[in-house]
Design a protein around this ligand. Sequence first.
Ligand SMILES: Nc1nc2cc3nc(NCCc4ccc(CCO)cc4)[nH]c3cc2c(=O)[nH]1
Ligand SMILES: [Zn+2]
Length: 372
Amino acid sequence: MSTFSFSLAATDGRARTGTITTPRGEIRTPAFMPVGTAATVKAMLPESVRATGADILLGNTYHLMLRPTAERIDRLGGLHRFMNWERPILTDSGGFQVMSLAGLRKLTEQGVTFKSHIDGSKHELTPERSMEIQRLLGSDIVMCFDECPALPAEENVVAESMRMSMRWAARSREAFGDRPGHALFGIQQGGVTEELRGESAEALTKIGFDGYAVGGLAVGEGQEAMFGVLDYAPEMLPQDKPRYLMGVGKPDDIVGAVARGIDMMDCVLPSRSGRTGQVFTRRGVLNIKNARHMDDPRPLDEACSCPACLNYSRAYLHHVFRSQEIISSMLLTWHNLHYFQEIMEGMRGAISAGRFEAWQAEFHATRAEGDI
Ligand SMILES: Nc1nc2cc3nc(NCCc4ccc(CCO)cc4)[nH]c3cc2c(=O)[nH]1
Ligand SMILES: [Zn+2]
């Protein structure tokens, strides 16, 4: 079947569970997307990413346009072939990464020009160019080209930025064209101001998209302010389309977002923190570099079935981390991604069974404070 569709299976309060069907496979929601920025989920083989339970991963327009370029990936058969991941890929549109990574940026109504953080070469991103890059990559879910204002920002600055992003959303939609089996997602902006979030949701719904992201969050506002926006923003978006919260987050951010109606999320946290020794478990967070693990024969998490927990002790993981051995990044990343997917699977089951409240209570109860 060469179409893209979303079907809701059950709801429990504001939480939802369902399936996104794409020509490259199904995505079970709520879904967590591992981040594969430079055509790899760092320290993981694609088959290992799949083994953690991921149905879809995220790629980045900004990084791939700079190196190896979208044209080269297209000539080599597209991003799926290039990175040996044949399941769905969502690509971010580049604007956010330009503002957080590139040098010498110039932002106009047309788009943004910038210098590569890799070699200083000059580049331009516009809604039209971002759509072309994501088409060359072969992305299954394409994100509109938007502008995410850095916080803190005055409300009038947020309003003007949001309105430009809405004009760019229309240009993105126009440039995307008609591509059966491929989806284009709009991105809601508006900071932490309910009226602006409503104006953005109205503008996007009028243009019409296959899914809708809540953008402009996880930019330093903190969990309380983020949840405050999520208390109203997701439900401003069409209820029959997937709702994607960009850049989130810690386990308790993810659970709180699903409880407020979010269907998809992505975050570098499990992979990036795995490389710094930070391990997420159902009883809280530990850092394997701490000397207290040096003689500990226990696994990271007695209840975890990932390869790190089945076959290695904390003592070993402490040793290879301290020794800066490559296997350290492999095992800790695998464990963290496995744990994040286990949270998603737990929520999908709980929402289906109408017991999400109880599941949330259990999730919060088992998280000890401090050392575990
Ligand atoms: N197109 C688009 N993309 C986005 C990506 C985002 N990513 C975030 N937050 C990521 C925050 C984040 C950054 C680093 C780490 C690792 C810490 O060790 C964790 C979270 N917010 C975001 C907002 C947008 C947005 O409006 N538009
Ligand atoms: Zn594990």
